[in-house]
Design a protein. Structure first.
Length: 484
């Protein structure tokens, strides 16, 4: 028994020694953690305290050299261009407040909505005394710094950024201007658009604190008559547009200011003869605000100037061409040159239709195959009409007659059918109206006293249309049809 007691006593003492050793180890670890936590490098501590503030533009505007006294402060788009005589610059202003800590990073972010460039614009800081509705080319504030950044290649539908850390140091108002570095033009979203300019400021941290990657904004798609598919795109425009003798084109241009998407024109863009001066002085101040997102065609008035040189010099586009828009194939054609079956244009068209099969196809040119208006139906366009009907196309857009007219779906001969090719005449961009003369049986809706634009929402297997009238007018027309 004595031996058992001695063994037990020895085991208890051994366990006590082990318990004390474990306790001492635990205390040492706790003390080490406390020491390390109180001696973390200042850099790591600062990084833990970094904060990010995002400010959207409080004001922005575009100024135009061609119209030095005009203001473009309420458009959904802002354009920058370096072409001599028609330069455009973009002003942005940010009101910064509530910053805490030292600014470690600041970036101006703008969203390219439409077209890319190999040589993006330069950013400068400017005085902040200008106002969104008051700034013009003539009174724009001067640059107060050298270049803050000069972009290289810019892709469409992407954010681009400028590092302005050297300029943004505390709460205050900060103003910047984007200036083209070359002849390439770019279109950016304004604060009235879907992707407002941003000033992203990081405080705390250090110069090496990682700059957070911001997600792109939610795309805002105009709501058509029926819910669009995820592939919806907008095509909007008119024809028979600008004259320096009235302001009707300014009224329709204001509609474009508020409608995102691709702009079409169906000819007779600048009256009376489509000269370079008429494009610069009459068209450019109004519809020209959207030149960089416009896909035009010429009309007969453009060809009053030899070779339509004013038109081609202004838009710099081919005589006829095609492009993809969403899931649609779009054809922009020239009814003022040879469009017979053996012409180069029609042969190219048939080859392109064969090489680019699409479920949904739309075309536009100036003179309508079918019209109840003053000029009436143009038989010379029959080959184009038949070609598109045979190809299973959906929509043809025209101008020439200064009115709005929507037709039912028709076959190659112009007879009404349940599933065919629909035509819209949209000669209501600003030129004086024409009366309807001979009402065709396939004509469904007509108006000859309302300026406006036709907005088409092109879905993956259908389209919707909406006639949008100028301010003060109430006529409208809308509907939807599936692709054939």
């Amino acid at each position: 028994m004595a031996t058992l007691k001695d063994s037990t006593r020895t085991l208890v003492k051994t366990n006590e020694r082990f318990s004390l050793k474990a306790l001492n180890t635990f205390i040492a670890v706790v003390v080490a953690i406390l020491i390390i936590s109180t001696t973390l490098p200042a850099r790591a501590s600062a990084e833990l305290r970094a904060s990010v503030f995002t400010f959207t533009a409080s004001a922005d505007a575009q100024v135009n050299e061609a119209t030095p006294g005009s203001n473009v402060g309420n458009s959904a788009y802002l354009q920058v261009d370096g072409d001599a005589g028609i330069r455009q610059e973009i002003y942005m202003k940010f009101s910064v407040s509530g910053l805490s800590g030292t600014v470690s990073n600041a970036r101006v972010r703008v969203y390219d909505t439409t077209n890319g460039s190999n040589n993006g614009p330069i950013l400068y800081r400017t005085g902040a005394s200008w106002t969104e509705t008051g700034i013009t080319w003539s009174n724009r504030t001067a640059q107060t710094t050298g270049s803050l950044g000069n972009l290289g290649a810019v892709s469409a539908a992407t954010w681009v950024e400028y590092d302005v850390t050297s300029q943004v140091t505390a709460d205050g108002t900060y103003s910047f201007v984007m200036v083209a570095d070359g002849n390439d033009g770019l279109t950016f979203s304004s604060r009235q658009g879907s992707y407002p300019p941003q000033l992203v400021v990081t405080t705390g941290g250090t110069s090496s604190t990682p700059v957070p990657t911001l997600p792109p904004p939610t795309v805002v798609v105009p709501t058509p008559t029926t819910p669009p598919s995820t592939n919806s795109v907008t095509l909007v425009g008119a024809g028979d547009i600008s004259s320096c003798g009235n302001n009707n084109d300014e009224a329709t241009a204001k509609l474009l200011d508020a409608i995102p998407g691709t702009v079409f024109t169906v000819g007779d863009n600048a009256y009376p003869s489509g000269t370079t001066a008429e494009f610069n002085d009459c068209y450019n101040p109004t519809w020209g605000r959207h030149r960089l997102r416009t896909m035009p065609v010429p009309g007969n008035h453009e060809y009053r100037t030899s070779g339509a040189s004013g038109y081609f010099g202004y838009f710099n586009v081919p005589s006829y061409y095609a492009y993809n828009l969403g899931t649609w194939r779009i054809y922009a054609l020239n009814s003022e040159i040879d469009i017979t079956s053996t012409s180069a244009q029609v042969q190219w068209l048939k080859a392109d239709l064969a090489a680019n099969p699409k479920q949904c196809v739309l075309a536009y040119w100036h003179k309508p195959r079918w019209s109840s208006g003053k000029h009436g139906s143009d038989p010379e366009s029959q080959e184009l009409w038949k070609t598109f009907y045979d190809a299973g196309a959906e929509v043809v857009l025209n101008g020439h007659d200064h009115d709005y007219e929507r037709f039912t779906q028709m076959n190659a001969s112009g007879a009404a059918v349940a599933s065919g090719l629909r035509e819209f005449v949209v000669g209501v961009g600003g030129a004086g109206f024409y009366d309807f003369i001979n009402i065709l049986s396939t004509s469904q809706v007509r108006n000859a006293n309302t300026y406006g634009v036709l907005k088409l929402t092109l879905n993956s297997s259908s389209y919707t249309w909406q006639f949008v009238p100028i301010a003060g007018k109430t006529f409208t027309d809308s509907g939807t049809t599936s692709c054939r």
